[in-house]
Design a protein around this ligand. Structure first.
Ligand code: GLU
Length: 303
């Protein structure tokens, strides 16, 4: 498969597109990102790398970090996390609160904000130096020590994260948050503020297409754990547009309001795109288009 040729064609179509959506502005620090950026990077199962556009430009991974925190929590404490979280798609935006109240403080899944805040609580309880240890975990998966938090983004979100404070307080009132709201949210805002390029992101997610074993050959997750995480990406990875993503693209993946999307085809490849303009559901407009073109051109998807 000539992935480079396919990425070049996708880049040409996407970079000339005028219809790019809107850059997220509810986290003030993210509002200034240039809408004209577009990057794509693919790593195949043989660890060959292909890219086009701004694939080495770092951006805020935001909600994409929820998959990494989930993987770390599952690796540390296993199935017990499912006592505190459900695994159903919410059909609602990432920061929706009413379901949490109706379902007695058990978040619908670990990829919406309330669920990711419970995972953050589990990591705060189980890691010695939570922020540093989590960053180290991500660096190891990526095999790249240059990956870091953007502290301006973390602080910007701390000042404007009213709905996340509401979710954390609601969780606390139901007894589903063991640590202080402030400590857990500080961790959560930092994990979301990790910056990566498409190239770093695709390499970091290599283990999810490779049975739980990262690029360096170290195994972090067993087959059953990887199956479950990929299932959650497929059903819950795109806010209330997971159905549309499965329909158009046909791969498990995760998006973030920074405009990144990472997706994977088990045993074949892992791909990351970045374009900061979002559609009305909060997913990168060009990223979705690019991935639809990829699975159409390669004639490969999980279906
Ligand atoms: N840090 C963002 C928030 O909690 C993540 C949103 C996202 O990327 O979906 O609002």
């Amino acid at each position: 498969m000539d992935y480079q040729k396919i990425l070049n064609t996708i880049f040409l179509t996407c970079s000339s597109s005028k219809d790019r959506g809107e850059v997220a502005s509810y986290i003030p620090e993210l509002a200034n990102i240039e809408r004209s950026k577009f990057g794509i990077h693919l790593i195949d199962s043989g660890k060959n790398n292909y890219q086009a556009g701004d694939a080495e430009h770092k951006f805020s991974i935001q909600s994409i970090s929820k998959v990494l925190s989930l993987a770390h929590a599952i690796g540390l404490v296993g199935k017990t996390i499912w006592k505190r979280l459900n695994v159903e798609p919410s059909g609602d935006p990432f920061n929706h609160l009413s379901l949490l109240e109706m379902e007695n403080g058990i978040p619908r899944n670990p990829l919406i904000n309330a669920g990711a805040i419970v995972i953050a609580d589990i990591l705060v309880s189980n890691l010695e130096n939570p922020k540093a240890d989590f960053l180290n975990y991500v660096r190891k998966l990526a095999n790249d020590t240059s990956i870091d938090f953007n502290l301006d983004v973390a602080n910007s979100e701390k000042k404007s994260g009213f709905r996340n404070y509401a979710a954390a307080n609601l969780l606390k009132s139901y007894g589903n948050l063991k640590n202080d709201v402030e400590t857990v949210l500080d961790f959560y805002f930092h994990q979301c503020a990790i910056e990566m390029s498409c190239s770093q992101l695709a390499k970091t997610f290599f283990l999810f297409m490779n049975h739980g074993t990262c690029q360096q050959g170290r195994t972090y997750l067993n087959l059953s754990q990887v199956k479950r995480i990929n299932a959650l990406m497929l059903t819950c990875g795109f806010y209330d547009e997971a159905g549309e993503f499965a329909f158009e693209v046909g791969l498990p993946g995760k998006s973030g309001v920074g405009g990144g999307i990472v997706a994977l085809l088990p045993n074949r490849y892992c791909v990351a795109t970045w374009s900061p303009g979002l559609n009305i559901k909060g997913n990168s407009k060009l990223g979705m288009k690019a991935l639809e073109k990829l699975t159409t051109a390669t004639k490969q998807s999980i279906f």
